[in-house]
Design a protein. Structure first.
Length: 459
């Protein structure tokens, strides 16, 4: 049987899709590309914005057209939050929530048997309520990724911060941390297969190990005694032998502070890049968002990073047009973006989410104004990013090469501070030889979406 997957949304969804692919392969299924005809289609949905909902629905309809006789499973966050709406989409046979993903192969095999006996009569819905999402569910250690250089490791699920605009705590449940022994086992396996970068990811990675009753699994792990939270995992992986690096998917200033960030900087394998969500530069709006920091707190973290490395790569998210956002509030976001000079800023127009506190707030911003503010924030962010890139010309950093372009004769990859770097190579042999290697590069000029570089002392 041929099965195809399509994934929307975050790195956690991407990780979980990969885990499911490998589990289905163990059950004897063949994996097809998402745009090919298959017997089963699995759409791993997202619900972080209204646009994500719409894309989830559109893709479910599209895959059914590829093979009208196929079984279509809608899984993930949109399925968790809106199971009846997902089930009502023409062509859907199975709706599965987040904690039930691990049982998906059994659900699919049951549907196939039922179909052989005369057809699937009604949509099967398998959803656990949010209050039932109490344990971290292992979906099995992954052994590969589409990228042959960088692998995700999921270390945590859920969030209980309840930002007023965010639906994800309702879709993913409270924070649950993965056992350190399982993380270590997966990391060692991936490094053994040649991966050079491990990306730690979760719904709110900074909450790792913060549950009141967390003890690291059945056997209390030695690191828990003296190093709390996310630092425990970073230290554990940092001590593994080999030429590789560790990247944090994101850290939330609602959880971390300057002191914790300063402690993390001592680990030499940790990349000098942090995704530090801002959301707004206005203290008033941050409070309305239920974000537990202000401008001063945020800038304190930034200062710690830049005191360590003036070219530390900081990426972020900003919401435009949150309820009650005045022109003054908006200008404060612009001011902070210019002040920090982010490497990259993801700008999102505010989107109402059913069930969140922000949905019922007054003083909604006119959609036209939201659109204008989003465009202005994007333009300012791009200018700030270009200034940051220009500031790196002349420096030398380690780059993990991932791709070779035969047409242009360039090899490309990402620096430790998350800049896309392009290097001219002498020939195809050299271009292929340096793939999945860490090489020192001197940055020479801005180029496309990143920097041109010159290879130094190529091994």
């Amino acid at each position: 049987m041929r099965i195809a997957f399509y994934t929307l949304g975050c790195k956690v969804n991407q990780y979980e899709t990969q885990a499911l692919k490998e589990e289905f392969m163990r059950h004897g299924f063949d994996i097809s590309d998402s745009d090919e005809e298959a017997d089963i289609y699995v759409v791993n949905t997202c619900t972080v914005t209204g646009l994500a909902d719409r894309k989830s629905r559109q893709y479910i309809r599209r895959v059914k057209k590829l093979n009208p006789e196929s079984i279509v499973a809608a899984i993930g966050c949109y399925a968790q939050i809106n199971p009846e709406a997902a089930a009502a989409i023409t062509g859907v046979d199975l709706v599965v929530g987040n904690n039930e993903k691990t049982v998906l192969p059994e659900y699919i095999e049951d549907l196939l048997k039922e179909k052989q006996r005369g057809g699937v009569k009604e949509v099967c819905i398998r959803i656990l309520k949010t209050e039932e999402l109490t344990e971290y569910k292992e979906c099995g250690s992954i052994t590969s990724m589409e990228s042959r250089t960088r692998a995700y490791i999921k270390i945590q699920d859920g969030c209980d911060q309840f930002c007023s605009y965010c639906i994800i705590p309702y879709a993913r449940g409270p924070t649950r941390s993965r056992a350190p022994s399982e993380i270590l086992k997966e990391a060692e396996s991936l490094l053994g297969k040649g991966f050079k970068e491990l990306v730690l990811t979760g719904i709110n990675t900074a909450l790792y190990g913060m549950e009141r009753d967390f003890c690291g699994g059945k056997e209390r792990h030695e690191y828990i005694r003296d190093v709390p939270g996310i630092e425990m995992i970073v230290r554990m992986l940092n001590e593994l032998p080999g030429d590789f690096r560790i990247r944090l998917g994101s850290l939330e200033p609602t959880v971390v502070n300057a002191m914790l960030v300063k402690r993390l900087l001592k680990y030499d394998k940790l990349c000098h890049h942090m995704h530090l969500s801002l959301q707004s530069g206005s203290d008033k709006i941050l409070k309305a968002m239920n974000r537990h920091y202000d401008r001063h707190d945020y800038l304190e973290i930034v200062k710690v990073l830049w005191d360590e490395d003036e070219h530390y790569g900081i990426t972020t998210d900003v919401i435009a047009g949150f309820p009650g956002e005045t022109e003054k509030d908006f200008k404060e976001s612009i001011d902070l973006i210019k002040q920090v000079g982010f490497l990259k800023t993801h700008v999102f127009p505010y989107s109402d989410r059913q069930g969140t506190k922000a949905r019922d707030m007054k003083d909604k911003v006119n959609p036209k104004i939201k659109k204008i503010r989003s465009a202005e924030l994007t333009a300012i962010s791009e200018a700030s990013a270009l200034n940051f890139l220009k500031s790196t010309i002349g420096i030398k950093r380690m780059v993990l090469f991932e791709e070779y372009d035969k047409d242009t004769g360039t090899a490309s990859g990402f620096s430790d501070n998350y800049i896309k770097v392009y290097c001219q190579v002498t020939d195809e042999e050299q271009g292929l030889k340096i793939l999945n290697t860490l090489e020192k590069v001197e940055f020479t000029d801005t180029f496309r979406d990143g920097i041109k570089g010159r290879l130094i002392n190529l091994r």
